[in-house]
Design a protein around this ligand. Structure first.
Ligand code: CO
Length: 144
């Protein structure tokens, strides 16, 4: 809602739920669990060095479950696990244009963690939005 109390609708910017990210202590144990419990297999596995994480993507239709674990103690995922334990960490929303979606979210009052889009895993372009101001959910905008 804007300052004049009206809600302005804009064109839909989301094209897919890109991924649901789950923070885990033991990546291989989580991969094995999803494989034996649900038959979900690893589509892509990558160490994302700037973020201090290793992630495994399990493909579900055109979306992913992203299992993510820290690679060093100062990684944000390590701090999350220390504070909150294992569990849901963030949701990735797929968009056609990360910069446009980021600008739109900021205009709507969101607090950006990334002021400008940056490289993510598997060649994507991403930007994170702080949970504060976004109804308690860490949001990642993902452009493929
Ligand atoms: Co993510």
């Amino acid at each position: 809602m804007s300052a004049d109390g009206r809600i302005y609708h804009r064109a839909m910017l989301l094209t897919e739920i890109d991924h649901v990210a789950i923070a885990v202590n033991d990546l291989q144990a989580a991969i094995d669990y999803y494989a034996s419990a649900l038959g979900a297999t690893v589509h892509h596995r990558e160490v994302v060095d700037p973020d201090g994480v290793e992630e495994a993507l399990l493909k579900v239709a055109d979306s992913y479950i992203q299992l993510t674990t820290p690679t060093r103690p100062d990684s944000p995922i390590a701090r999350f696990l220390d504070k909150r334990g294992e569990g849901l960490h963030h949701i990735g929303y797929r968009v056609a244009d990360c910069a446009v979606a980021l600008e739109s979210m900021i205009a709507a009052g969101a607090t950006a963690i990334d002021e400008v889009p940056r490289p993510g895993s598997r060649g994507t372009t991403v930007a994170f939005i702080h949970p504060k101001g976004s109804f308690g959910t860490l949001i990642e905008l993902v452009e493929e």
